[in-house]
Design a protein around this ligand. Structure first.
Ligand code: ATP
Ligand code: MG
Length: 616
């Protein structure tokens, strides 16, 4: 392909509104162009990478007998009302009406449509299991579209859905997709991890995410250095840290310490002084997060009815809360910090505590006689405080802290559980030997065991061998195609530009004619383009006239194809052409006749290195 004829406009400057490397480089390399917030044109170079990745996905899914179909992007509201998601999906669902006032949405995902297809077409257990997938444009009206293709509003996704006769078979289907994803991301040639992820509170479901490792990743991942346990920090189990011995247990001493105006935990701990103490270690302090949870009560015609409950999450002063653990434990639809916690407890921020002060709403709820209404606050205590005594806690009186707090004694009925945000260096609770290492990751794919959520609400059933009707058990499996291409760049670049992994490089060889005005050079470059293409390589031939070699080198580095072949007047005089490896910057000079052989060897070496570095 001749570069002079190709739609590539490179930019020297970093575009103003591009805030991550992949977005900057893809824009500068003339791969993508912004049309509106979170909506991009995929120009020819970008589309080549996207198509290559799609091809890898198709080939690997074909090995598991997955069938490709294509569903409409515009979906009728009725299907979403049937599944119950029309009201619950929120503003990410772009809704609109047609000329007859019928409601529709742009598909952010396709569980409803695929379930509708399968319920209309599959009747017997003999037809199952079945796995159907598509590669298609999705629309999610993200609140903050950003980072180019990484978090767009419109993006390309591969979404697959599997249907099974029972749970055990769904587990097999899940495992097969997990393995297919491992093959897909290994072939891509990026460093990745599969991680246990949060599946919300839906019982019986579980999920793994696949992450490309990159410093710019939005997700925190913790991985044990001794066993295979790797998980999204949202979900990582924190080990129970045995309580320190803080001496003989004392009774609660209300408002014991006074630290006027000091709200930072560490400063407060230093100021906790009495006859026996000159400041206290942070692990002898406790803190409380007052939250408000929306719990489902029942479903009626108007949808799901919920009630609000006050929740106190109590942790050691030096530990952080993982709110997802609270949300999942309570099975809450929503969980948020209590908006009016100061009014509720009766103290200024920094002095809120778990024990009620007379005359407050907290007191009234705490002592509410009718426990059955479930209005009383829920007290949750992190398991690292099990057995802890002589702690401090906020007194619910501004400037004051209690001393002698013993969660089990002072909050009878409180639940002890894992509430803490795990962190790097924690002892792994799975194997008890290793410690957590931290990584940043970009979620590029997710496998999810759905269970019967959609098949039950939408009546997607099959008839078993005894003639009995049962709901199908489902799984769903997504890969962000466009996000993955961007993530590969986030992991593979340098100061000069992109360094494409071979399998998804738009072209494999960038052939630079450094002196197109010289007919001899031009002739050799043309011949090399033909020879390399005949040998099966994809070549972009920079035949542009009136450009200095320096400018061509800069563009070639920016575009970042794995190999750069160069022909110039000077080299030809000595009878040589050159080949440069984008990643190692190593240059080899040889006779022009050796080009195809040299490129072949370089490819084999690069692919071998890729294979060695794959994920785990
Ligand atoms: P995220 O947590 O990043 O918002 P998600 O978990 O909501 O993503 P899924 O519903 O699991 O996304 O979608 C499957 C895949 O689609 C994701 O793993 C991701 O690679 C991709 N994806 C999701 N949202 C976007 C987006 N806004 N832009 C680009 N790709 C996306
Ligand atoms: Mg996801």
């Amino acid at each position: 392909m001749k570069q002079s004829k190709m739609l590539i406009q490179t930019l020297r400057e970093v575009p103003r509104d591009a805030d991550v490397v992949s977005q900057q480089l893809m824009m500068r390399a003339g791969m993508i162009q912004k049309l509106a917030a979170g909506i991009y044109d995929y120009l020819p170079l970008a589309l080549k990478s996207i198509r290559k990745f799609e091809q890898i996905v198709r080939e690997e899914l074909a090995k598991d007998g997955c069938q490709e179909l294509l569903m409409p992007n515009v979906q009728p509201a009725e299907l979403w009302q049937e599944s119950g998601r029309w009201t619950f999906y929120g503003k990410e669902l772009l809704r609109f009406k047609d000329r007859k006032d019928a409601e529709f949405c742009m598909g952010p995902t396709h569980e409803e449509v695929i379930t509708d297809i399968v319920r209309k077409n599959v009747r017997s257990y003999k037809q199952l299991p079945m796995n159907l997938f598509q590669i298609q444009t999705k629309f999610r009206d993200e609140i903050r579209p950003r980072f180019g293709l990484m978090r767009g509003r419109e993006f390309i996704m591969k979404d697959a859905y599997s249907f099974h006769v029972d749970d055990a078979d769904a587990d097999l289907g899940y495992r097969a997709m997990y393995d297919a994803y491992t093959r897909i991301f290994s072939r891509l040639g990026v460093k990745f991890r599969s991680v246990e992820a949060d599946s919300g509170a839906i019982g019986g479901s579980f999920t793994h995410e696949f992450h490309v490792l990159a410093g710019s990743g939005e997700d925190g991942i913790l991985s044990c250095d001794a066993c295979a346990y790797t998980s999204n920090i949202e979900k990582t189990e924190a080990p129970r840290i045995p309580a320190e011995d803080h001496g003989v247990s004392v009774p609660l001493s209300p408002c014991h310490f006074s630290t006027p105006g000091v709200t930072a935990m560490e400063e407060q701990a230093k100021g906790f002084k009495d006859a026996d103490h000159d400041g206290l270690p942070l692990h002898q302090t406790s803190k409380v997060y007052w939250l408000e949870a929306e719990l489902a009560t029942h479903t009626d015609e108007a949808g799901l009815a919920t009630r609000k409950v006050a929740v106190a999450a109590i942790l050691r002063g030096d530990h952080e809360l993982n709110p997802i653990k609270v949300k999942n434990f309570l099975g809450a639809a929503e969980l948020a910090p209590m908006a009016d916690g100061e009014d509720f407890t009766g103290a200024a921020a920094g002095f809120l505590g778990p024990l009620p002060k007379e005359g407050t709403r907290h007191w009234a709820l705490h002592h509410a006689a009718n426990v059955a209404t479930g209005d009383n606050p829920v007290y949750l205590v992190d398991r690292s405080l099990e057995g802890a005594t002589n702690l401090t806690c906020g007194a619910n009186v501004t400037d004051r802290h209690h001393f002698g707090f013993d969660p089990a004694r002072d909050l009878p009925g409180a639940t002890f559980l894992d509430l803490r945000l795990a962190q790097e260096g924690d002892l792994c609770p799975r194997c008890g030997k290793g410690h957590y290492e931290a990584f940043r990751g970009i979620e590029v794919g997710q496998v999810f065991k759905l269970g019967t959520k959609y098949s039950k609400s939408m009546g997607c059933t099959y008839v078993d061998e005894h003639g009995k009707e049962n709901p199908m058990v489902m799984g769903c499996y997504g890969i962000g195609i466009t996000r993955t291409v961007a993530a590969a760049i986030e992991q593979n670049y340098d100061a000069d530009g992109i360094i494409w992994p071979w399998p998804i490089a738009p072209y494999q060889v960038h052939l630079l004619d450094l002196d197109p005005a010289n007919p001899q050079v031009r002739e050799v470059a043309e011949a090399l383009e033909r020879d390399l293409e005949a040998a099966g390589f994809e070549v972009l031939h920079d035949d542009r006239e009136g450009m200095s070699p320096g400018a061509k080198f800069k563009d070639a580095d920016l575009l970042g194809f794995p190999l750069r072949a160069m022909v110039g007047s000077k080299g030809l005089k000595d009878g040589v052409v050159e080949l440069r490896d984008r990643r190692t910057k190593e240059v080899r000079k040889f006779k022009r006749e050796a080009m195809v052989e040299e490129v072949t060897q370089a490819r084999d070496r690069i692919l071998k290195e890729l294979e060695a570095q794959g994920g785990r």
